[in-house]
Design a protein around this ligand. Structure first.
Ligand code: DGL
Length: 275
């Protein structure tokens, strides 16, 4: 292993975490990153607590072994179902490593954007059922009402590059219409799945302009920058050559093609088998 490559690990079940990684890279361009997409087992959103925990832990340990001292779970489902258990359990075996999620930074600030004090959460089934957003937002913004909608088809539509198809758009529009007619006072929607910002161009077409759409990358990136400032011992351990390496549990050709299609980015991923 190249010892001078001690990157920040960024993990997601699939391609969604790249929306977060891209925002982080804009904020911290000199840092090195190692992205791991567990594409072979995505989506996580409909899986049980135990399975999401087991898969997430496996991926975190893989990133630890590959020299990451800090791992970002750029996945809401994993952040909702596995983060706390990893922080309170497994991390005891790795006292000099840290694992962070995407829910806390989002819920800390989101309340300030809603005039009507009604925030909509669109997320995977797992994230919605965990109630993590409701619980966390209520802690920071007790005056806010949180309403939620699970969109179980959105991640498979993205992973399979079908989100721009006529049928794909129909499913997305149906979910939005149902949600907005049920909760007309929503004036902020958190895209609480890191895949969903990929739908933004279409969502902006079908969601009224007075509703603010929040993508997590724009919140997580400055929050991570601030975290690193406050944790200099950890910051010092991260290598800073502006390099990014991509790993996937699926075929690397498929990963490269999909990233090109979805993000217009040329990457050269490596396939790995998790232990
Ligand atoms: N990007 C993941 C999230 O933020 C998607 C989870 C899934 O694989 O269903 O929840």
């Amino acid at each position: 292993m190249n010892k001078s490559f001690s990157p920040i690990g960024v993990f997601d079940s699939g391609y969604g975490g790249l929306t977060v990684l891209n925002s982080i890279r804009k904020e911290l361009p000199e840092y090195d990153f190692l992205y791991l997409g567990d594409n072979a087992r995505a989506p996580y959103g409909t899986r049980s607590f135990d399975v999401v925990y087991e898969y997430t832990l496996q991926c975190v340990l893989e990133l630890f072994e590959r020299n990451c001292d800090l791992v970002i779970l750029a996945c809401n489902t994993a952040s909702a179902k596995a983060l706390r258990t990893i922080q309170q359990g497994e991390l005891k075996n790795h006292p000099n490593k840290r694992v962070l999620g995407v829910i806390r930074p989002s819920t800390e600030i989101v309340g300030q954007f809603s005039k009507n004090k009604t925030i909509g959460i669109m997320a995977t089934e797992g994230t919605v059922k965990s109630q993590s957003y409701r619980i966390e937002i209520q802690k920071f913004h007790p005056e806010v009402t949180v309403v939620q909608q699970a969109c179980p088809l959105w991640v498979p539509l993205i992973e399979n590059k079908a989100y721009n198809s006529k049928e794909g758009k129909k499913f997305i529009e149906k979910d939005i219409q149902r949600f907005l007619s049920q909760y007309p006072s929503v004036d902020v929607i958190v895209l609480a799945c890191t895949h969903y910002p990929l739908l933004l161009p279409y969502l902006k077409e079908i969601i009224p302009k007075n509703i603010k759409l929040i993508s997590q990358g724009e919140i997580v990136a400055p929050s991570l920058k601030d975290y690193l400032k406050r944790h200099d011992w950890l910051n010092k351990k991260i290598s800073k050559n502006g390099q990014v390496t991509y790993l996937t549990t699926e075929s690397s050709d498929l990963f490269n093609e999909s990233v090109e299609y979805i993000f217009g980015q040329h990457v050269n991923a490596k396939n790995i088998h998790l232990k």
